[in-house]
Design a protein around this ligand. Structure first.
Ligand SMILES: Nc1ncnc2c1ncn2[C@@H]1O[C@H](COP(=O)(O)OP(=O)(O)O)[C@@H](O)[C@H]1O
Ligand SMILES: C[C@@](O)(CCOP(=O)(O)O)CC(=O)O
Ligand SMILES: [Mg+2]
Length: 329
């Protein structure tokens, strides 16, 4: 039996535009998904997720056929949840050259689902690591990231960048531009505050919306390119440790994402509350539509402002997690 964990992330800059080859800078945060894989005597896959919803679910997979879930979870959510885990296990079988390996898989995650904090990537990364180790194979983090990207690409119908999966596998702040993925060293202390509206966005649909706008309007394509410019400028500010400028650029990045139609009333309300609470800057993180915003604030003004904001369900500080995927004792 092996348990591995991998962190979620916030986007300092660049979500959505990264899908079209612009650079992005996601940062791993100290909120993890833990996945335990235990080899079975047969070729079945049994998945036990304690917090896919508040109830969780258990599903037994018999080859390709889904078994009957023993709790009441919406079908699409279940299918999607199983899709990520099933594909992750397939990757582990492939890596270990053990096509018939069966597993009992248990998922415990502290990353809210579909909220822009990369829960899908963290679950897939931890699952690939745990299942391959259980089969006696140790992959390096870069290979786990690559295999996890293929899972996200598959499950999200060909709409995924390498950003989330690479960041979760490596930890720390990373830079992703197309297939070029690297860690950013010597990052200054980044005082992240996350506001969560309790909701979620449909990553696939939001990415498709941006794609349509980009095809329809040149200025939407220009907006995506402008996000790339913000990111390149942001990288300089990051290297210089200039938090004031980072904040200003986060604000700009949010405006551009908003123009692309991926913000929402509560995300905007939280962004504005953070700014009024003296955040250095604030933006939505991830696909948008609902879920989380990330603000930069070394003091407690943003946290206080968000606590009094209608629509904001929880607020927490998120420390940069310099560690990526790891085995748990
Ligand atoms: N704890 C979990 N157990 C099982 N599946 C999970 C869990 N957390 C996330 N997932 C899968 O990841 C999906 C959410 O991924 P996504 O829409 O990309 O949002 P995000 O990555 O921003 O959280 C869920 O619908 C589910 O399929
Ligand atoms: C919108 C996008 O750039 C990020 C999605 O992040 P999340 O799954 O919402 O955490 C899509 C991608 O990069 O695959
Ligand atoms: Mg995701």
């Amino acid at each position: 039996m092996v348990t591995s964990s991998a962190p979620g992330k916030v986007y300092l800059f660049g979500e959505h535009a990264v899908v079209y080859g612009e650079p992005a800078v996601p940062c791993a945060i100290e909120r993890r998904a833990r996945v335990t894989a235990e080899r079975r005597g047969d070729d079945k896959l049994r998945v036990n997720a304690t917090d896919l919803t508040l109830d969780g679910f258990t599903v037994e997979y018999d080859g390709d056929a889904t078994g009957t879930p023993d709790v009441d979870v919406a079908e699409p959510l279940l299918e999607e949840g199983m899709g990520y885990v099933n594909e992750a296990v397939e990757q582990a079988r492939d890596a270990a050259d053990a096509p018939d390996a069966g597993f009992d898989v248990t998922i415990e995650s502290a990353i809210p689902l579909g909220a822009g904090l990369g829960s899908s990537a963290a679950v897939v990364i931890a699952a690939i690591d745990a299942a391959t180790r259980e089969l006696g194979v140790e992959l390096d983090a870069a290979e786990i990231a690559d295999r996890a990207y293929r899972v996200e690409y598959e499950v999200q119908d060909g709409q995924a960048s390498r950003a989330d999966t690479f960041c979760s596998a490596m930890g720390g702040a990373v830079r992703v531009e197309g297939d070029d993925c690297r860690r950013i060293e010597d990052v200054p202390n980044l005082p992240f505050v996350v506001g969560y509206d309790g909701g979620s966005g449909d990553t696939g649909a939001l990415v498709a919306g941006v794609r349509d706008l980009r095809e329809e309007y040149d200025f939407a394509a220009d907006t995506v390119a402008a996000i790339g410019d913000v990111v390149r400028r942001g990288e300089q500010a990051l290297a210089a440790g200039d938090l004031e400028e980072l904040g200003e650029l986060m604000d700009f990045n949010h405006g551009l994402l908003s123009a692309l139609g991926v913000s929402s009333r509560t995300l905007d309300a939280m962004v504005w509350a953070a700014r009024e609470g003296d955040a250095l800057g604030a933006k939505l993180t991830g696909a948008g539509g609902g879920g989380c915003i990330v603000a930069l604030d070394p003091d407690d003004g943003t946290e206080t402002a968000l606590r009094y904001t209608q629509g904001c369900e929880s607020v927490f500080r998120a420390e940069l997690d310099t560690e990526g995927v790891r085995v748990e004792p």
